[in-house]
Design a protein around this ligand. Structure first.
Ligand SMILES: NC(=O)c1ccc[n+]([C@@H]2O[C@H](COP(=O)([O-])OP(=O)(O)OC[C@H]3O[C@@H](n4cnc5c(N)ncnc54)[C@H](OP(=O)(O)O)[C@@H]3O)[C@@H](O)[C@H]2O)c1
Length: 353
């Protein structure tokens, strides 16, 4: 087999890591490629699920003795602690790997230190190769670990004139089945789905990840979170069925913010404590406005249908913007057509100063 460059191996490791998206939480996604001393690929691996073997261990098992004197190319700093599995730094040392190339350092104080251990063991360690790409592939986990609350994606559906329902309140369905199927796939990649009690009272959604055609549930379901100051979620609401875990987050449990409603930073801190790294905020307009006003949205995913309503509620209520200079600026990072609809992904721009 032909030899590959470390850069190509890192590109491959990043692609491998992505296969774990949605199943590794509360752990990160990680990919690893092992090259022998001649630069030939002798092992590949990714972290597939929490509690399962780490990417390095999978790749080392494939490589066997051919790892000796070789290079491990890995998207995240190898762990240095014994959790549900042993430290990868020790496994790499035991295999006799001569060089370890890492894209991103581990921000988790419990697991970091792998690079130092490897260096102390005489291994040549290089950090930062394709770091931006690897960071993007792990953005939810890295962001949530660095700051202590989950990465929040606000998803909404609207008509081309920005409305989420008609004047008579009907809203099913604004977007196509293709777009709604896409949303269910998105739910399958996060640890929690968040909605306000207003949406639960109006629509009685299930908030599960499922196949829209036959209703079968995805194997892994996000935690359903209803933000409900006074505990008004009905006992027979769909979100209380047994299809997935549900947390009705009340002010009594979480505390209240300045407006007397559920304290949103405290809610997110508690979700992080419960192992939630990525959360999908599914609205509705009031809760989304409150999240945006507090600067708690990391990414916006809008499904825009080629329909006009002219009247009816808008997808976003008050977000603390009183004048055009205070508009929440977004940077569009992707526009994809999904069936007849557009899926627009955008990132809120950080305010200067
Ligand atoms: N197009 C879309 O993508 C989409 C998505 C979801 C919903 N919707 C539509 O939205 C409509 C419901 O609108 P909505 O605005 O009432 O729903 P909502 O945003 O889901 O719920 C709002 C409620 O959440 C509770 N809440 C608790 N803590 C809060 C906080 N810190 N900040 C803000 N709210 C907090 C408040 O009730 P308490 O004070 O009682 O707790 C508030 O009235 C439905 O008709 C639904 O169809 C549309």
């Amino acid at each position: 087999m032909a030899s590959v460059s470390v850069d190509d191996a890192m590109r491959r490791a990043i692609a491998l890591a992505a296969r774990g998206l949605g199943t590794t939480s509360p752990n990160p996604v990680v990919g690893c490629v092992l090259l022998d001393p001649d630069g030939e690929v002798v092992g590949e691996g990714f972290h597939a699920y929490a509690g399962g073997p780490h990417a390095e261990i999978v790749a080392l098992a494939q490589a066997g003795r051919r790892a000796r004197g070789g290079t491990a190319v890995v998207t995240l700093e190898p762990c240095d602690h014994t959790g549900r599995t042993g430290p990868c730094s020790h496994a790499l040392l035991a295999a006799g790997v001569a060089r370890v190339v890492i894209a991103v350092p581990d921000p988790n104080p419990v697991a970091s230190g792998g690079a130092a251990t490897l260096r102390a063991g005489g291994v040549d360690v290089e950090l930062g190769v394709r770091a931006a790409e690897a960071e993007a592939g792990n953005v939810a986990w890295l962001t949530s670990m660095r700051r202590g609350w989950p990465y929040v994606v606000w998803k909404y559906a609207a008509t081309l004139d920005g409305r989420s329902a008609a004047a008579d309140g009907t809203s099913m369905w604004i977007t196509s089945e293709a777009a709604r199927t896409d949303v269910h796939a998105l739910r399958g990649t996060v640890d929690a789905v968040i909605a306000g009690v207003g949406t639960v009272l109006a629509d009685d959604p299930r908030l599960t990840a499922r196949n829209l055609r036959d209703g079968t549930l995805a194997i892994r379901q996000p935690l359903r979170v209803v933000v409900d100051t006074f505990g008004r979620t009905p006992a027979d609401a769909w979100v209380r069925d047994g299809a997935a875990r549900t947390w009705v987050a009340t002010a009594a449990e979480v505390g209240t913010g300045p407006d007397g409603r559920v304290d949103l930073p405290a809610l997110l801190a508690e979700l992080h404590h419960r192992g939630v790294r990525a959360a999908l905020l599914e609205g509705g307009p009031k809760l989304a406005g409150a999240f945006l006003a507090a600067g708690l949205v990391d990414r916006v995913v809008a499904y825009v249908a080629p329909k006009l309503l002219g009247a009816g509620p808008t997808a976003l209520a008050d977000a603390g913007v009183g004048t055009i200079a205070d508009a929440i600026d977004l940077e569009i990072t992707d526009v994809t057509q999904v069936g007849p609809d557009l899926r627009i992904t955008a990132l809120p721009r950080k305010k200067e100063g």
